[in-house]
Design a binder for this molecule. Structure first.
Ligand code: ADP
Ligand code: MG
Length: 686
């Protein structure tokens, strides 16, 4: 929006500096004022070299007595600096030729860094260096240290921020009457304090971000996020969606034919979705249920409501394996009712795909199941009314938008139902996901026996192989053997899978053992999966391609090789492939000893818990929200300052204020969004 920000005319904002700032997402002066320090250095005092303490960052100053490039293990710039009290070696392992030129003998230099005892006595490695005149004044306040990018030095950035604080209006976006009850300080005072803490300030509450000034900025950030979410939601609701009355003409017969009854939780989800589809606003609902909770039938019933009204459905899955499985399931359930189901993937022959596309375009196909291939421009729907997205966190926002745009103008925007087995902890649900309605299936179909998980040292592998073989022979059990994840190399992962297949085939020659991995063609993958499903195979050796959604109810044993290499959420997904039938199920996590403390705690949690929520919370604690957010990242501004766990109370306050602000003081809300997002408010369109 504000491409004409005055910041471009101020001295120092050269094209190259602007490029660097853009990398930090700093596009306007106002953005610079909100670019807050990570920490501070105390450069108010200069120590004699001899007396400089060794346990913290200090400032010393002296004259360069030696300066040369040495090769000690690697090339480095080494200099000697002296003052009246002693001498200090300075080393730079990475340096530019220009830097080397600056280090001239006789020049006076002021150094900020930690003194260590090195081979030649006291030394500083990679200190911050300023070449100064004798008697140059020291800073009076603390020196901020900002997040920055290569080629943009702290001194430059600090100067630019100072300019921004001077030239950008720091007027409060929020009236005092709103801030008072929240006991938050004014914006300008908070910003000045955070950028330039005066001498004597206690730095601890600043570093820990408990200080009221930090609270104010974190609150403002959370408020901007809440306002964005609410605005997004309102915009989406402004576009009409097709009204799809529930008729029961097809869903009735389907329910009658099913070999099971819906659980209470499934029925509740079906009812709420059915209501949503009858409204003229696009549904935005997340259907969340642990692995095996039965989300597919809920999606199928939603699809039927669209089909009963003569409209089309797109059902997307993140992998071909899963898409084909959904296709088969829908085919089994719905083709007998006369519903036309199509299937589209990238690996199809061009002619087959084109024929399918033609039928989708003409409206003959009522439900199109597929992978990313459904997004392509060449795919046009006659009258798309509902978008089903399985494992939604695996798709990007851009992809979802693309598909949404396939709704026809006459009937409006399609309804969307997203499915996920990854539970969203409360804090995330309140922030990043706050613009979605959520239905939770919190009940597993009856008759499932809980999966018993054990940990086993890989040195006991032989005995385990024998036990798995025995269970297959005497109990007609079927087993998955999941090969380790090898992130660095897909080739190596394949090799390991082939070797494991070989190993098991040699030791268990009387059993039928299959192999499935990502490098097989889609048709071959399907053939192997089908053979396993029909019990023509006893053991299926697999890479993590089976991670999402694969459903073979008779399989009751799972071995996960090198379990310590996998994330908790991934282990939970994998484990969810068993325990789908009535047989007692077992999952063995094979690990390579010795296990570190963290790895051991993680695997132990998997052993103790089958609760997806507990596991997701732990994963969130250990790895942060990035993984869970996945697709949402480009749609909602990420939080830079606020910490969802630590700042729960601020989040609550922001959530309370945002709707009030939009209703009662829309100008204030607009100002606030402009300040925080400005040119980035294009993100609002997602
Ligand atoms: P997920 O939620 O992991 O996608 P699925 O939809 O694949 O789960 O369902 C898992 C299995 O449970 C499937 O075989 C499905 O047919 C079966 N199923 C679903 N709902 C019920 C139910 N109410 N009672 C018994 N089995 C069910
Ligand atoms: Mg599923």
């Amino acid at each position: 929006m504000s491409t004409t920000d005055p910041f471009l005319k101020l001295p120092g904002f050269t094209a190259s500096v602007r490029d660097k700032l853009a990398k930090l997402n700093l596009l306007r002066l106002a953005d610079l004022t909100l670019h807050l320090p990570l920490r501070y250095e105390d450069e108010t005092q200069c120590y004699p070299i001899h007396d400089a303490p060794h346990d913290r960052v200090v400032v010393v100053e002296g004259v360069i007595r030696k300066s040369e490039v040495q090769i000690r293990q690697r090339r480095q710039l080494v200099a000697e600096v002296r003052d009246d009290s002693g001498r200090l070696m300075v080393r730079f392992l990475n340096f530019y030729p220009a830097q080397q030129k600056q280090w001239q003998i006789g020049k006076r230099v002021r150094l900020t860094g930690e003194v260590r005892t090195g081979f030649y006595g006291p030394e500083m490695v990679h200190p911050k260096a300023r070449f100064v005149e004798a008697g140059a004044p020291l800073p009076e306040g603390y020196t901020p240290v900002y997040p920055t990018t290569q080629g943009l030095g702290q001194d430059t950035l600090k100067r630019l921020v100072e300019l921004a604080l001077k030239h950008s209006p720091l007027t409060d976006t929020l009236p005092a009457s709103l801030l008072q009850p929240l006991q938050l300080p004014a914006l300008e005072a908070s910003l000045r304090l955070l950028h330039q803490p005066p001498p004597g300030t206690d730095l601890r509450p600043l570093l820990q971000r408990h200080h009221p000034a930090w609270q104010r900025l974190k609150f403002d950030e959370l408020l901007a996020q809440q306002l964005t979410l609410l605005t997004n939601r309102a915009r989406r609701r402004a576009i009409p969606a097709p009204v799809l009355p529930s008729q029961g003409r097809l869903s009735g017969p389907l329910l009658a034919r099913l070999p099971f009854q819906l659980t209470g939780a499934q029925q509740r989800a079906v009812d709420v979705i059915s209501q949503d589809l009858q409204r003229p606003v696009p549904m935005q609902r997340l259907l969340q249920g642990d692995v095996g909770s039965g989300k597919t039938i809920v999606a199928a019933l939603a699809a039927l409501q669209a089909v009963e009204n003569g409209m089309q459905v797109a059902f997307m899955a993140p992998t071909e394996l899963l898409a084909e499985q959904h296709y088969r399931k829908l085919d089994e359930w719905l083709t007998p009712l006369g519903v036309r189901i199509g299937w589209l993937t990238g690996s199809q022959k061009k002619k087959v795909r084109e024929a399918m596309q033609a039928e989708i375009a003409s409206g003959e196909i009522q439900i199109a199941v597929g992978t990313h291939a459904l997004f392509q421009d060449s795919v046009q729907f006659a009258n798309l009314a509902l978008l089903l997205v399985d494992e939604q966190h695996r798709f990007g926002v851009a992809q979802r938008l693309q598909l949404r745009s396939k709704g026809v103008a006459s009937s409006g925007a399609p309804h969307q139902l997203m499915m996920s087995a990854t539970p969203i902890p409360r804090t995330l649900a309140m922030s990043y996901f706050a613009d979605l309605d959520v239905s939770v299936i919190d009940e597993l179909p009856p008759g499932r026996t809980p999966i018993v998980t054990t940990l086993l040292d890989n040195r006991k592998r032989e005995a385990l192989v024998a036990r798995v073989g025995e269970a297959c022979r005497s109990q007609q059990a079927q087993a998955y053997w999941v090969c380790p994840l090898i992130e660095e190399s897909e080739a190596l992962q394949l090799q390991t899978a082939v070797a494991t297949h070989q190993e098991l085939s040699t030791v268990l020659p009387d059993l039928r053992i299959g192999l499935v991995h990502g490098k097989l063609s889609a048709a071959d993958k399907q053939a192997v999966m089908l053979a396993f499903k029909e019990h023509q195979l006893d053991i299926l050796v697999a890479t993590t391609v089976i991670e999402v959604g694969v459903d073979v109810p008779n399989a009751s044993l799972m071995v996960i090789d090198h379990a310590e290499r996998m994330g908790l959420a991934q282990l939970h997904q994998l484990r969810g492939r068993v325990g789908r039938g009535s047989k007692a199920s077992y999952c063995t996590l094979l690990y390579q000893a010795p296990l570190g403390e963290l790895a051991s705690a993680r695997l132990d949690l998997m052993r103790r818990s089958t609760d997806g929520f507990e596991i997701a919370r732990e994963d969130l604690r250990l790895r942060g929200p990035g993984e869970l957010l996945g697709s949402r990242q480009s749609g909602v501004p990420l939080l830079c300052f606020a910490d969802l766990e630590q700042d729960m109370d601020l989040l609550e306050a922001a959530r309370n204020l945002a709707p009030r602000l939009l209703r009662e003081l829309p100008d204030v809300a607009a100002d606030h969004l402009e300040r925080w997002l400005g040119s980035r408010s294009g993100l609002l369109d997602a």
